[in-house]
Each structure stands twice: as structure tokens, then as C-alpha cells.
Design a protein around this ligand. Structure first.
Ligand SMILES: *Cc1c(COP(=O)(O)O)cnc(C)c1O
Length: 455
């Protein structure tokens, strides 16, 4: 079969195969890679998912995009190795559920994407007998998900920069207790400074020989794995022919929700997507007014992983609705706003509401939410109460919980006066030995470090 090709949302770059899109990350014209065509499942194929395990559904989804470029036996080995943990669907009331995407190694939904992306990269690199050095800057959670996902893989080394004074002890320990092919670098600086050094290294041709690559949320290799859990939730919860589902997704850079929108275009019977944002409301405003204004600087909210004033995956959503948005947020061709409004309900949730919902969900339903999941659950409630929803009690709704409550002990303690139990993956972290290097916040120092340690 002809391979599926990936175009750039900026429309100025050549189309590439999945392998190239995965290893490059960003298109040469600075756009995001998108599949030229979205593969579809028949309703019979989707029904058959109800009998499959998570990793088997993962295999079916990936296979549609890969069209045989990775042999089936290798692909299923990849998904089986990536997804060796549970995906709980917790019933809250009637047929309203919370999907807990927090059972991976760092108790964050980012594990889902990072683990599969790492294994796909490893597959291609081994074949080509090539090595890659992943550079990534983190404000806490992304770095630990990447470090854990790439830990122990062959042909890939990984350097994570983090602002020493801006991450929690637990966030730091999730990265610094690994070792092997994962090197952690602390800077006495801000996250933006770490990001700056990484970007500068990518642009430095002296370092070309290191085969640098990023693992950030715009890589198409992180989007495809985020399609899978939407199919999984539907397969586990919906059994009537043609039954439709509603999802609510707490959103920041929109990688998670783009996965859901892809699932819908692939044939998943969806009634509505609720996009729940914190006080960074640029998308709810865009949906309402058709006008886009980035929020600079982004607003600091409790759901810190969603403090995004210009979602890096928004250009993909615009492309799905036949528009064109460049990486700076300029729209040169308007998307089909009428259709977008029909499909999506977007809402901005304040910090006050986020706290209120953590308290209320626990009181009313014994539902334990952390700030991100609280934004999602509140968004769902807002939608169900909105004028045009007309939802009956039989409607299946799933709100995504993107991190484990134990990752936010202070907030939970303050609001609920309880200490959430640590998930299995975070137990024993306190006792593990840490190791990381510290460098000056200076590009030359960073470059020297890379040259000295990687050749
Ligand atoms: C990254 C993150 C999000 C936001 O996901 P996007 O794909 O960027 O929209 C939400 N919750 C948590 C806990 C996260 O780490």
C-alpha cells in the first residue's frame, strides 16, 4: 500500500512519510505535520474493539496510519510494551464517567503519548543503526514523562533541562532518579531560559552531528497515541448500535483534544466535544467571536499544565476545519466556524470554580479530582446545563482526568483536608538516589556540556 503522507499546516513544505514526520518533529516551514487523509474504521471494526485490550486497540489505531510500514508483529510488540498499565473508567453517576489517565510511570496522561512515541522512534533508529539525542526543557511534568518514557530505550539518549528552583521535589525526583540514557540538567533560571537554550541548540549547525530531536507536544508521534483512549472509552461504555458519546477534555496545548477530534473523524460516534480551559480563554473566545488573540504572558492558574496563552496544536484544529493558521497564530484562511461550533463546546473555568468543583465532586460523588480534571468535569457540567444540550440520563459522558490527585497534595489537602494516597508508580521515590548535573544559564556552557558528553 502507498504510505500515508503528512503535510505541513503552513503548506510550504514537502509531504513526508510518518517516519520522517516522527523523527523531524516540526516541518521545515515551522508548521505541524498532519495526515493527508484521515483513515476511518467501519462501525463493525469499532464494535469489535469492545472485546479488545487497550494495547490491541492501540495497535489497530496505529496500524491505520502506518499502512504496513512497521510490520504487524513489531507494531503490536511496541503497543504491548508501551501500555502495560490500567486505564480506569470510574462511574460517577448515571452513565457519566471519569477516565483516569494517571496509571503510567509519571501518573500523568503525557505517559500515553511519550511512551509510544519513544518506542516508535527506537524502532526506526535501530533499523537505520542511527542514534538520536532528545533535548527537552521542562517546567516539571513534561520532562519527567519524556525522561521516563525514553528511559532504557536503545539508540536514543535524552537530556532534560529544568529550572532547579521552580519544580517540586517530587517532580525533580521523577527525573533525577532514573540514570542510564537519561541525563538531567538543572539550571538556576526560569523555564523560559531552559527553553531558550534548547531552541538555540536546535538552530546551531555545529551540533548537527548530534542528531538532535525534540519530543515536544507538537510531534505527530505524540498525537496518534492520544487517539486511542477515546476509542477505548467508547468500546468499554457504549454497546448500543450507533450510540454517541460526549467527551470533556481539560486543555492547554490542545494535543489531547486533537487526538479526540481525530478519533471522531476516524468514525468514532461522538455527540460533542467539550473543551475545558482554565482562565487562559483564548480558544473559548475564538469559538464565540471568530477572532483569535493570544494571551501573552499566559495567566497563572491552579491547573498549571494548562497555562497556555497560544495552544501549540491549535493550527491542527484549524486545519481540521479547513482553515490555515501559522505558528504565530495568524489565520490566513478562516476555518469553518459554524461547523466547529456545532461540534465543540468550549468553556473557561476560573480558579475559584476549579477549587469549588474539587470540593463539590468529592462531597456529592466521592469523586477525587485534581485541578486539571476538575476543569474538565466542570466543563462537562456547564455543557450539560447549557440551553442547547438536551441530554437525557442515558447519555454516556466521559471527562478526562489527566493527572493523579496525589501529584497535587497541597491543593487537595487545603480543599478536602485529605491526603490522596500515592499511586503505585510514585511509591518509593523518596528513598531513591538522585543524580543530575548543574550548569550555568549560558548557551556556551550548555553547548560545551553537550559536546563533552555526547559525541
Ligand atoms: C499537559 C497537560 C494537560 C494539557 O494537555 P494538552 O494536550 O496540552 O491540552 C492537562 N493536564 C495535565 C495534567 C497535563 O500535564
Amino acid at each position: 500500500m502507498e504510505p500515508l503522507l503528512f503535510y505541513s499546516t503552513n503548506l510550504q513544505a514537502e509531504k513526508v512519510t510518518f517516519r520522517e514526520a516522527l523523527l523531524k518533529g516540526i516541518a521545515p516551514d515551522r508548521g505541524l505535520f498532519m495526515p493527508e487523509e484521515i483513515p476511518v474504521f467501519t462501525q463493525d471494526e469499532i464494535s469489535a474493539f469492545s472485546k479488545k485490550k487497550y494495547y490491541e486497540i492501540a495497535y489497530e489505531v496505529a496500524r491505520k496510519f502506518l499502512r504496513g510500514q512497521i510490520p504487524d508483529a513489531d507494531l503490536i510488540a511496541i503497543t504491548k510494551d508501551a501500555y502495560d498499565y490500567a486505564v480506569p473508567l470510574e462511574k460517577v453517576y448515571e452513565r457519566k464517567y471519569v477516565m483516569r489517565l494517571d496509571q503510567g510511570p509519571t501518573a500523568s496522561f503525557k505517559d500515553f503519548a511519550a511512551r509510544m512515541m519513544g518506542r516508535l522512534m527506537q524502532y526506526y533508529l535501530k533499523q537505520e543503526k542511527r542514534e538520536l539525542l532528545i533535548l527537552t526543557a521542562t517546567s516539571g511534568d513534561t520532562g519527567s514523562a519524556i525522561a521516563n518514557a525514553f528511559y532504557g530505550l536503545d539508540n536514543i539518549k535524552c537530556v532534560v533541562l529544568f529550572p532547579e528552583k521552580e519544580v517540586t521535589d517530587r517532580q525533580r525526583k521523577q527525573m533525577t532518579t532514573l540514570g542510564k540514557n537519561v541525563q538531567i540538567l538543572g539550571l538556576d533560571a526560569k523555564f523560559d531560559d531552559c527553553q531558550f537554550l534548547v531552541k538555540k541548540a536546535f538552530a546551531d549547525s555545529d551540533l548537527d552531528y548530534l542528531n538532535l530531536s525534540s519530543a515536544n507536544s507538537i510531534n505527530i508521534g505524540r498525537i496518534i497515541p492520544q487517539i486511542i483512549y477515546y476509542f477505548y472509552a467508547y468500546a468499554r461504555l457504549c454497546h448500543k448500535p450507533g450510540e454517541k458519546i460526549i467527551f470533556s477534555v481539560p486543555s492547554g496545548n490542545f494535543g489531547d483534544m486533537i487526538g479526540g477530534m481525530f478519533a471522531w473523524r476516524m468514525g468514532l460516534p461522538v455527540e460533542k466535544f467539550v473543551i475545558a480551559c482554565n482562565e487562559n480563554d483564548e480558544f473559548p473566545v475564538l469559538l464565540q467571536t471568530g477572532k483569535y488573540h493570544k494571551i501573552v504572558p499566559s495567566r497563572n492558574c491552579l491547573s498549571s499544565a494548562m497555562n497556555v496563552g497560544h495552544p501549540s496544536n491549535l493550527a491542527r484544529l484549524v486545519a481540521l476545519y479547513d482553515g490555515v493558521m501559522d505558528e504565530t497564530g495568524v489565520i490566513s484562511k478562516a476555518p469553518d466556524m459554524a461547523r466547529m461550533r456545532k461540534d465543540i463546546f468550549a468553556f473557561s473555568i476560573s480558579d475559584e470554580e476549579t477549587k469549588e468543583m474539587i470540593a463539590r465532586a468529592y462531597k456529592d460523588h466521592k469523586l477525587l479530582l485534581e485541578p486539571h480534571g476538575s476543569v474538565g468535569w466542570f466543563g462537562l457540567e456547564k455543557y450539560l446545563l447549557s440551553d442547547n444540550a438536551h441530554i437525557n440520563s442515558d447519555q454516556v459522558c466521559v471527562s478526562l482526568e489527566t493527572a493523579h490527585p496525589a501529584k497535587f497534595p497541597q491543593q487537595i489537602q487545603e480543599i478536602l483536608k485529605i491526603d490522596p494516597a500515592l499511586p503505585h508508580s510514585l511509591l518509593g521515590l523518596e528513598e531513591k538516589e538522585e543524580s543530575y548535573d548543574v550548569i550555568k544559564n549560558d548557551y556556551q556552557a550548555f553547548k560545551d556540556y553537550l559536546v563533552r558528553n555526547y559525541k
